[in-house]
Write a protein that binds this ligand. Structure first.
Ligand code: MN
Length: 249
């Protein structure tokens, strides 16, 4: 056993639906632009969709309170099908993805500080500040593929205070799950424990403290969470160094 010089980080895991065991979470990949948001857009995508990553500190159970993050005034919801990888690999054949590599599925929220994302887009900066914050990827318990199969259709929806905002169907994914997994595996080696958020239907919008956010992905996962108050802005700290400098000079 290694003699770590600081306490090793605790593993992050997700519950398994049915209550048997836990799924250890490795990395989190988020796919962008995987539904047609504009019905008039008839163009078929020719390139692979963009993707980004969130750290494991983003993953929390999709229940109870949804923390309003610091540093934003535009906290947005994106409901998504989440794919859990059970067997990793590189250059995976799309035809083998479902049978060999996917362990299960969940419903997830790809939470976004949209104002920071817009700023980053304008400045040509990375998106981590907008996407990779703590608790930004709540997930329902994972359903093993041995139980739910590999869903090709089913509603993906989200409502705020009972009013529907997002509704799509898994059959509308521009890049189906097997293609997404194969695509990522050509860019890096997928590992057991990786989660893939597969993109969100149109209707993304802002959340306010007190909002009740509910939603589901097919019959795989259903959630309801309440947005809590944002953290109070930190009081500006007065540096003591000025005083010290004043005294010493
Ligand atoms: Mn997303």
């Amino acid at each position: 056993m290694l003699d770590f010089v600081i306490p090793a980080p605790a593993p992050v895991s997700l519950a398994v639906a049915g209550g048997v065991g836990a799924f250890p979470v490795g990395r989190v990949f988020c796919i962008g632009r995987n539904y047609r948001w504009d019905p008039h857009d008839k163009a078929t995508p020719v390139d692979m969709p963009p993707w980004l990553m969130k750290p494991t500190s983003a993953v929390v159970p999709a229940q109870g309170e949804l923390r309003y993050p610091s540093g934003t005034i535009d906290f947005c919801h994106e409901v998504e099908l989440v794919v859990a990888i059970g067997h990793g690999g590189s250059d995976i054949d799309p035809a083998q993805v479902e049978a060999q590599h996917i362990w299960g599925y969940a419903a997830g929220l790809d939470l976004t500080r949209r104002d920071l994302q817009q700023q980053a887009k304008r400045a040509g900066n990375p998106w981590e500040a907008a996407k990779a914050f703590d608790q930004s990827a709540p997930c329902t318990p994972l359903v093993p593929a041995s139980v739910c199969g590999h869903p090709r259709q089913g509603a993906v929806w989200l409502a705020v205070n009972g009013i529907e905002r997002q509704r799509g169907d898994l059959s509308e994914l521009l890049w189906p799950v097997r293609e997404l997994v194969a695509m990522l595996s050509r860019s890096l080696a997928l590992r057991p424990g990786d989660l893939i958020f597969t993109g969100t239907p149109s209707g993304v919008g802002s959340l306010q403290p007190g909002d009740v956010v509910s939603g589901a992905v097919s019959d795989i996962g259903r959630f309801s969470m309440t947005v809590c108050e944002p953290p109070q802005p930190a009081r500006p700290r007065r540096s003591t160094s000025a005083t010290i400098t004043g005294v010493s000079s």
